[in-house]
Design a protein around this ligand. Structure first.
Ligand code: NAP
Ligand code: GCO
Length: 267
């Protein structure tokens, strides 16, 4: 294999993508498989697992799926141990599982805030902590945390999510700082606004048949003039999972169609 192609090869590598039953995680896992990685993924719901396994199989991917809540440290440790036994120690971790609650902060219950932070920030810590010993033993590893526009920007109703994703940006930088000398790179991917079930409420056609106001807003704020698709994240994921990014560490790679660079289309 030519050196340039080898740079992006994941042959012989084991990847764990959390929350990869559908959406962004599924597309990331598909991309990693396309570069040669063995795939493990998890979710909470049995119906999601079964649908996902069939979808991976349809794409020729022999993914190993787990029912595992990423906030449950013991369940995560058991899953990571089983992956090591069956597929090999995790070489590539994508902390993708996440939720959002869109509630005005003064109306949000503290338990709702805690649940978002637990899944979107504490869980990436839990899963990264579970895979780090194997990466340290190998002297190499790739951790990719799925951040967000809200790692940089706030907006109404997403206080818990922005706090968690802002924290995830700094957790990414701290893992990079603490483990870079051991051959481990930790970076973030910050998707822009991507068309998945998570953002479906923001794109619903209005009763009068018009576009959702937020849909129009994002189109005007995005130089690319469109919502992203999960597939837009494929290349960046393979890059950060491969030796092509061995000297990239602590970086948040925004895949946003240019939102963060743009003041927005004039009215
Ligand atoms: P999604 O369509 O809602 O999918 C979320 C996935 O995570 C599902 O597979 C879900 O499966 C799983 N999940 C949720 N909580 C979990 C838990 N506690 N344990 C295990 N699995 C869990 O979301 P998405 O749009 O693909 O987003 C994926 C990631 O990208 C999230 O971290 C999100 O914050 C981030 N992101 C999304 C966008 C966007 O515009 N869509 C932009 C930037 C960042 P189960 O429900 O079966 O558990
Ligand atoms: C929202 C959206 C965003 C996206 C994404 C943007 O309600 O503003 O859900 O938060 O999910 O995080 O990068």
């Amino acid at each position: 294999m030519e050196k340039s192609n080898q740079l992006f090869s994941l042959e012989g590598k084991t990847a764990l993508v959390t929350g990869a039953a559908y959406g962004i995680g599924f597309a990331m896992a598909e991309a990693l498989a396309g570069a040669g990685a063995r795939i493990a993924f998890n979710c909470r719901r049995q119906d999601h697992l079964e649908t996902a396994l069939a979808a991976y199989k349809e794409k020729g991917i022999d993914a190993k799926g787990y029912i595992c809540d990423v906030t449950d440290e013991k369940a995560v440790q058991d899953m990571v141990a089983d992956i090591a036994r069956t597929l090999g120690p995790v070489d590539i971790l994508v902390n993708n599982a996440g939720i959002i609650k869109r509630i005005p902060m003064h109306e949000m219950a503290v338990d709702e805030f805690r649940q978002v932070v637990d899944i979107d920030l504490t869980a990436p810590f839990i899963v990264a902590k579970a895979v780090l010993p194997g990466m340290i033993a190998k002297g190499r590893g790739k951790i990719i945390n799925v951040c967000s526009m809200m790692s940089e920007l706030g907006r109404e109703t997403v206080s818990a999510y922005a706090a968690a994703k802002g924290g995830l940006k700094m957790l990414t930088r701290n893992i990079a700082s603490e483990y870079g000398a051991l051959g481990i790179q930790c970076n973030g991917i910050g998707p822009g606004y991507i068309a998945t079930p998570q953002t479906a409420p923001l794109r619903e056609t209005q009763p009068d048949g018009s576009r959702h106001p937020f849909d129009s807003f994002i189109i005007a704020k995005t130089p690319a003039g469109r919502w992203g698709t999960p597939e837009d994240l494929a290349g960046p994921t393979v890059f950060l999972a491969s030796e092509a990014s061995d000297f990239v560490n602590g970086h948040i790679l925004y895949v946003d169609g240019g939102i963060l660079a743009y003041i927005g289309k004039q009215p």
